[in-house]
Design a protein around this ligand. Sequence first.
Ligand SMILES: [Zn+2]
Length: 137
Amino acid sequence: MAERILKLITEQQARALAYLLHETRPDWGVQSLLSLIDKHKDAVKIGALTIAAMSKALEPSCKTPAPIFHPGTHWPVTARTNLPKPEPCPDHIGEAAHNCRCCHADVRAGLRPSQMIGKHYTPQAIYDAMKASLEDQ
Ligand SMILES: [Zn+2]
C-alpha cells in the first residue's frame, strides 16, 4: 500500500495514443512513442498529452516526438505547471537543452555547429590549445 504509485496514464491509454500518433506520423515508431510516454506517465493526464502530442505530430517542422514533452504553447494551460523539467544544457547553467539561448548565440557567432545545440561541445581550436598546454607540462 505504501508503495502505490499514482499513474496518470494507463498502459492501454499509452498504446492507444502511440498508435494514433503513428497513424498521423508513420516515421514516428510505436515502440519509441511508448517509451517516451512511459517516461512521463506520472506527470501529465491523457487528455492534455493527447492535445500536446497531436499538435506536435501535425507540425511538419517537428521531426521527432521528443519535443512533445518540452514546455510550450502546444500544452493546454492547465497542464503546463505539471510538465517535467526539461533537460538542462550541459554547457550553460540555467538553460534548457532543447532551446538554450547561449547555444543559439554560439551558432550565430559561428562558434558551435547547429546540430550541437543543447549538447556538450568543445570547439576544435580550444581543444587543441588545451591539449598543447597539457603536453608542455
Ligand atoms: Zn547551451
